[in-house]
Design a protein around this ligand. Structure first.
Ligand code: CP
Ligand code: NVA
Length: 302
């Protein structure tokens, strides 16, 4: 494993190795056991979109690993004024030991990996959000003990979160059911992958159908970063695609609820369900830190 560009690139074994290391690093942090695996290393963090969790967890995680994080806003970098990513990659590879990038196009992340010579970590693109889904898998295993026999249900937009959840959950052996409006399905590349899992994958436009018998329910905002101009149109298209009490009644008893955050209460999830599952949702947010530290150690320690 040289980079973390998308969940599609990871084998099941690599995912499990990252989750095991993440659990260990979480244990070490909680027990005051130092783990300076990245002493003397630097991570550049390029942000072309806003962030709370990704920025703070990478920055803190790098510090806890003994390394140094550099926050690089695209407003200040020449990349924001049109310097080609190929050149940026070759320059930054000579200063840094790794790059985390949050941007719009997946191609930009893939290009950084192709032209640079250091590990690249995808901190969210329009196509996927692998760091978040590694934290989600860590949280599911932490609460449920294993992935065996579990069904994950995603309600809402066939977006970056849906894409990574479909791939990640299928790869670790879970069943996946997704409910999205017909015009907002995940891209063909993801659906083609999911179809190879036969009846372990189901897609419908009925949230009630998708939620039946599920153990983990997940949703995300109706309008992602960059789609703010479509917010009103999307509110109409996604009406009814909400995690609420009625939907929870379709799920298994003890079903958990996750949300990558930020959440829009009374849109994709009700305040009541959100608060009833706040312990799971905020553990999920915390696990961003541990899962990403594991990714950085896997990619950058030697
Ligand atoms: N979930 C997530 O990636 O949060 P931020 O946008 O705050 O980084
Ligand atoms: N789908 C959301 C996820 C935010 C973490 C977005 O891209 O804005």
């Amino acid at each position: 494993m040289k980079h973390l560009l998308k969940m599609l690139d990871l084998s099941t074994e690599e995912i499990i190795e990252i989750l095991n290391l993440a659990d260990q690093l979480k244990y070490e942090l909680k027990h005051g056991i130092p783990h300076p695996h990245l002493k003397g290393k630097t991570l550049g963090m390029i942000f072309q979109k806003a962030s709370t969790r990704t920025r703070v967890s990478f920055e803190t995680g790098m510090y806890q690993l003994g390394g140094y994080p550099l926050f690089l806003s695209s407003n200040d970098l020449q990349i924001g004024r049109g310097e080609p990513v190929q050149d940026t990659a070759r320059v930054l590879s000579r200063y840094l030991d790794g790059i985390m990038i949050r941007t719009f196009e997946q191609k930009e992340v893939e290009d950084l990996a192709q032209y640079g010579s250091i590990p690249i970590i995808n901190g969210l693109t329009d196509f996927c959000h692998p760091c978040q889904v590694l934290a989600d898998l860590m949280t599911i295993r932490e609460f449920k003990g294993s992935f065996d026999g579990l069904k994950m249900c995603f309600i809402g937009d066939g977006n970056n979160m849906a894409n990574s959840l479909i791939v990640g959950c299928l790869k670790v052996g879970m069943s996946v059911s997704i409910a999205c409006p017909d015009d907002y399905q995940p891209p063909k590349e993801i659906l083609d992958f999911a179809k190879t899992y036969g009846d372990k994958f189901e897609m419908t436009n009925s949230p009630m159908q998708a939620a039946k018998g599920s153990d983990v329910l997940i949703t995300d905002v109706w309008a992602s970063m960059g789609q703010e101009g479509e917010a009103e149109k999307r509110k109409k298209a996604f009406a009814g695609y909400q995690i609420n009490d009625e939907l929870m009644a379709q799920a298994n008893a003890e079903a958990m609820v996750l949300h990558c955050l930020p959440a829009h209460r009374e849109e994709e999830i009700t305040e009541k369900v959100f608060e009833a599952h706040a312990n799971e949702i905020f553990e999920e947010a915390e696990n961003r830190l541990h899962a990403q530290k594991a990714v950085m150690v896997k990619l950058m320690a030697q």
